[in-house]
Write a protein that binds this ligand. Structure first.
Ligand code: HEC
Length: 216
């Protein structure tokens, strides 16, 4: 077995599998063993409240009807529902929530994802995703306005020409100006993604890539 090419590859393969298991699973588990898992209510932060209040001002009638006042409790409820909608609608088929430490991804999306960011209720199970038909969303918070999101969910092509993302008309009671409970929840959820970082890292990390003409 050890003399054959197949045997060497098999043992090498098992070795790399074991290494990946240790470095990607066992080491992080050890590192964060004592870090308590955050509950949804603890995930409501100032950036999210800013966006939640903004939703209540931009869509006063809908907001009043479905959430009443923009309190912290209601924000937590919206977050939890937003995540359920994200799972149910299969957003994760097309979007990842993981900025990888390769291919200069941080230049496009902001800080590389860290293990502690997933130590909470809304990441059980994690929404890493496997495909990127659309962009990574882990730094989406604060990147777009709530108006933009409403228009985009109602009709993606209206703000992003030729978008293959499907419209989500059932997030609305009629028009893009009237998001319903689920519509408001999914907007709160995408505005929450990355809001736990002190500033909006997207803007800090982002530098426009050099244009081809300017390349040396
Ligand atoms: C069929 C694949 C597909 C599905 C399913 C999908 N998206 Fe998208 N999404 C895309 C693509 C492609 C883009 C980029 C073009 C655009 O802006 O529409 C995008 C863009 C976005 C953006 C804008 C990102 C940015 O700032 O540029 C957000 C937010 C978003 N999607 C959220 C969602 C949510 C939430 C769901 C589930 C309700 C969802 N998407 C479902 C493909 C998809």
């Amino acid at each position: 077995m050890f003399e054959s090419k197949g045997g060497v590859l098999l043992i090498g393969g098992l070795g790399f599998f074991a290494l990946a298991l240790v470095s990607n699973a066992l080491v992080p588990v050890q590192m964060y063993r004592d870090l308590p898992e955050q509950r949804t209510e603890e995930l409501v932060n100032a950036n999210l409240m800013y966006q939640f209040e903004d939703l209540s001002r931009r869509f006063p009638e809908s907001f009043e009807k479905y959430y009443g006042k923009p309190t912290r409790e209601q924000a937590a409820e919206a977050l939890a529902l937003g995540r359920r909608v994200y799972v149910a609608e299969g957003c994760w088929h097309c979007h990842s929530q993981y900025v990888r430490p390769v291919s200069n991804e941080s230049r496009r999306w902001g800080a590389v994802s860290a293990t502690w960011e997933y130590q909470n209720e809304l990441q059980r199970p994690v929404m890493f995703g496997t495909r990127r038909v659309g962009p990574d969303l882990s730094r989406e918070g604060g990147r777009r306005s709530n108006d933009w999101h409403a228009a985009h969910f109602f009709d993606p092509g209206s703000v992003s020409e030729g978008s293959p993302m499907p419209p989500y008309r059932w997030f609305f009671d009629g028009s893009a100006q009237r998001p319903n409970r689920r519509g408001l929840a999914i907007m709160a959820y995408v505005q929450w993604l990355g809001s736990w970082l002190e500033s909006y890292p997207y803007y800090e990390a982002y530098q426009p890539l050099p244009r081809l003409e300017d390349a040396p």
